[in-house]
Ligand binder design. Structure first.
Ligand code: PLP
Length: 184
């Protein structure tokens, strides 16, 4: 209990100066309920978690493109410092109309629930697709809902193609919004 209190009080410092008890806490509490994933990291908020997930997806995507153990080129090292490709590549992440993923800059680009969250903030030109709107009860609307799924999936395919043509390729592995929230 004392250790948990210590961790909570020192939460902002956990990333840089974790207490010696912290790895065991992560193992016995979070990894104990992990659905098979071998590692865990903690974040300060939902937006930070999504920001970190977005960055991880882009890094993984570029690693696959570049090849394992291939070093960054001089041109990548130089261009990323001024936000230009190839170091800062024109990649995009597909999100869905109505989604809420947070209010930090990158997550806000994937948030589409209320204008007041987004007004006056510059954003990223990333694709946004329709999320299927199902008719209920599901068992009485199987045909309609299947048609809705097909329409939305076709839109996703079109957007991926459109953004690939623009040179802003969509990370296919990362093109699913985690939730859609209509009430914000
Ligand atoms: C689905 C979803 N993503 C992201 C967030 C952002 O979390 P936070 O407000 O902790 O940054 C929220 C917050 O309600 C959320 O519901």
């Amino acid at each position: 209990m004392l250790k948990t209190k210590k961790a909570l009080v020192n939460r902002p410092a956990l990333g840089v100066f974790p207490g010696e008890y912290w790895p065991n806490k992560l193992k016995s509490v979070l990894l104990a309920v992990s659905p098979g994933l071998p590692n865990v990291t903690t974040m300060m908020c939902g937006s930070c978690s999504n920001e970190n997930a977005y960055k991880s997806m882009f890094i993984t995507y570029r690693k696959h493109q570049r090849g394992e153990n291939v070093d960054f080129s001089e041109s990548e090292n130089n261009s990323c410092m001024i936000n230009q490709p190839p170091g800062s590549p024109h990649l995009s992440l597909l999100s869905f109309h109505g989604a809420f993923h947070g209010r930090t800059l990158a997550t806000l680009a994937t948030t589409h629930s209320k204008a007041i969250h987004k007004l006056d903030i510059p954003s990223l030109d990333w694709p946004i697709a329709s999320f299927p709107k199902y008719k209920y009860p599901l068992e009485e609307n199987i045909k309609e809902n299947k048609a809705e799924d097909e329409k939305c999936l076709a839109e996703v395919e079109d957007l991926i193609e459109k953004y690939n043509k623009k040179g802003h390729s969509s990370c296919r592995n990362c093109s699913r919004a985690d939730t859609v929230r209509g009430r914000r």
